[in-house]
Design a protein around this ligand. Structure first.
Ligand SMILES: O=C(O)CCC(=O)C(=O)O
Length: 291
């Protein structure tokens, strides 16, 4: 700056103006080309490559998880599907690997006994025509594979592992079923340990050729508009139904977020028409359950 004078004004030269205009124009053109390639689908932005996209149509909210958990065997792509808000019910696809399903069946097979239901007057187990499957319980944390599955259930439900009862493994042969019922209790005896049953996770350990759907007869869902409706048995068409698929898990809540019992959680197992149905149930309590 000249001493005592005004600061000299610096005028950009004509040459530098035209080169910056050129750079700007090139960048603008590149952006337009990039946007066109993206719009035409020729280019795509990198997304999380760790997760595959779902292979089954998703008619609810979908999310994929990526976890560093222990797992026996390989699982297909994992994603959750909201199937109903009344009752609150979700399917977690490929929750278990085939090896984990087989492990649970092999552990349970030698000990299967005719399933019972709870007598609400006495709180004791009793035989019933309502439930014609056979079953047995696997103690919580019985082995590493079961512990891993129970940890996964806890991650999925946001309920602590020690609020869960032991895993029940169920086997239904042709004609066997479980009539619609509630998982929550109406007697005091059964809620002494752990309080009320708040949620159920039902894991399918096998596919079923025909029938065997889990049905919610009172769900507030227009089930006939669901894409799998035509694949359902007559029983399955009477409500919102989930077709058993090996490795999938169904989570539903027997209590609403305001802690009241949800009668819309009424559910049952339709008769198996063809094949065999193996499943495993985890009942989750409001409080810690002493196993
Ligand atoms: O097997 C099913 O699909 C239903 C089983 C069930 O209702 C239960 O275990 O509480």
């Amino acid at each position: 700056m000249p001493k005592g004078g005004r600061p000299a004004r610096i005028f950009p030269s004509r040459r530098s103006t035209s080169s910056s205009t050129l750079v700007f124009a090139v960048l603008l053109m590149l952006s337009v080309v990039l946007l066109m390639l993206l719009a035409l689908g020729i280019l795509s932005l990198p997304v999380d490559k760790g997760n595959d996209s779902p292979k089954t149509p998703n008619h609810g909210i979908k999310s994929q998880t990526r976890d560093g958990e222990d797992l026996l065997g390989e699982r297909g792509s994992r994603w959750t599907e909201v199937i109903s808000w009344e009752p609150r019910a979700f399917v977690y696809h490929n929750f278990l690997s085939e090896e984990e399903c087989k492990h649970l069946i092999e552990l349970a097979k030698p000990h299967m006994e005719k399933s019972t239901v709870v007598d609400s007057a006495t709180g004791q187990s009793k035989d019933s025509r309502v439930r014609t499957s056979s079953g047995m319980f696997l103690r919580r944390g019985r082995d590493k594979i079961i512990s891993d599955i129970e940890k996964r259930i806890s991650d999925f439900t946001f309920m602590p592992v020690d609020h869960g009862e032991g895993l029940q493994v169920l086997h239904y042969e042709v004609g066997q079923k479980y009539e619609p019922h509630y998982d929550y209790f109406i007697d005091e005896y059964n809620t002494r340990n752990g309080g009320q049953r708040i949620a159920t996770v039902l894991m399918y350990l096998s596919d079923v050729e025909e029938g065997g759907e889990t049905i919610f007869p009172n769900a507030n869902v227009n089930s006939s508009s669901l894409p799998w409706y035509n694949e359902l048995s007559e029983c399955g068409k009477k409500g919102l139904s989930v077709k058993p698929k090996m490795g999938d898990a169904l989570l539903f809540w027997s209590m609403r977020p305001d802690a009241t019992l949800d009668p819309l959680s009424l559910h049952g197992g339709c008769p198996v028409i063809k094949g065999n149905k193996w499943s495993s149930t985890k009942w989750i309590r409001v409080n810690e359950y002493r196993a």
